[in-house]
Ligand binder design. Structure first.
Ligand code: FE2
Ligand code: FE2
Length: 258
């Protein structure tokens, strides 16, 4: 059973997270699938891999009319992000836009050669769900993928951070979706960030770009969501993390999965 968590809800404007599938195959890394809705229009963020499509679809249709999904977003090219794209395309609104980093269009086409992709240019972009709710694609290049984007909602003050903030938690435990003890949570994030984030320069530029944004909730594609003071605690921790270089992490034998 895949679980559904409400991250934000104000009238028709909702952020829902689908994840922590209790029947998931442990060989596949655990992922969070996110849906943002406003005024009868929905965008799916990193809708996930083939392996969990039936569970994700089953959980989603309990909460959202699948015909309202007019937009899909893939933060980068990894299979855990969007290898189920050809399956999602069969059930969402006909002609739904598929927003992917421009750099990766030719690679994502290997999941789904018939898909018509909407390339996101390197500098980012914006998509309106309603007159008020506009979702911004913010560059997160080299974190970890050479072209990656986060999604920011200035009204809900939610940042979907893709693989930034990813945590790998012990399998099988039923848990809340929120981090409650940031200091204790670090151990679940550190290995991934040190091995997968290979550029300090990219890390610093990204932190500079999001520091000034009002963010109440930061939700990554793996692990738990952060809210309130924990968002700043996370940015602070990341800014001081010794990520050195990809080679450094590999030489130290840091081999955490995504
Ligand atoms: Fe990734
Ligand atoms: Fe990932």
């Amino acid at each position: 059973m895949m679980r559904c968590f409400t991250l934000y809800s104000e009238g028709s404007h909702r952020w829902l997270l689908f994840g922590q599938d209790t029947d998931a195959n442990e060989a596949a890394v655990d992922t969070n699938q996110v849906a943002v809705s406003a005024n009868g229009s929905t965008m799916l963020l990193d809708p996930g891999g083939m392996e969990l499509f039936p569970a994700a679809m089953g959980a989603l249709v309990h909460e959202i009319d699948i015909a309202t999904v007019h937009n899909l977003f893939l933060s980068h090219q990894d299979p855990d992000i969007g290898s189920a794209l050809p399956l999602w395309r069969q059930v969402v609104a006909p002609g739904a836009a598929i927003h992917v980093p421009e750099l990766w269009t030719g690679y994502i086409a290997h999941f789904d050669t018939d898909a018509v992709l909407s390339p996101i240019p390197d500098e980012g972009g914006e998509v309106a769900l309603s007159n008020q709710v506009k979702l911004r694609f913010l560059p997160a290049h080299y974190l970890h993928s050479s072209a990656a984007f986060c999604v920011y909602d200035p009204i809900a003050r939610v940042l979907f951070s893709g693989d930034i903030g990813a945590a790998l938690l012990p399998a099988g435990a039923t848990r809340d979706i929120w981090v409650h003890d940031f200091a204790a949570h670090i151990q679940h994030m550190a290995g991934f960030h040190r091995r997968y984030l290979g550029s300090r320069e990219a890390r610093d530029a990204w932190i500079q770009s999001v520091m000034h944004l009002p963010i109440d909730i930061l939700v990554p594609q793996h692990g738990l969501a952060l809210r309130g003071q924990d968002v700043m605690r996370f940015l602070d921790w990341l800014s001081g993390l010794s990520i050195a270089s990809g080679l450094d992490a590999y030489r130290r034998g840091i081999a955490s999965r995504p």
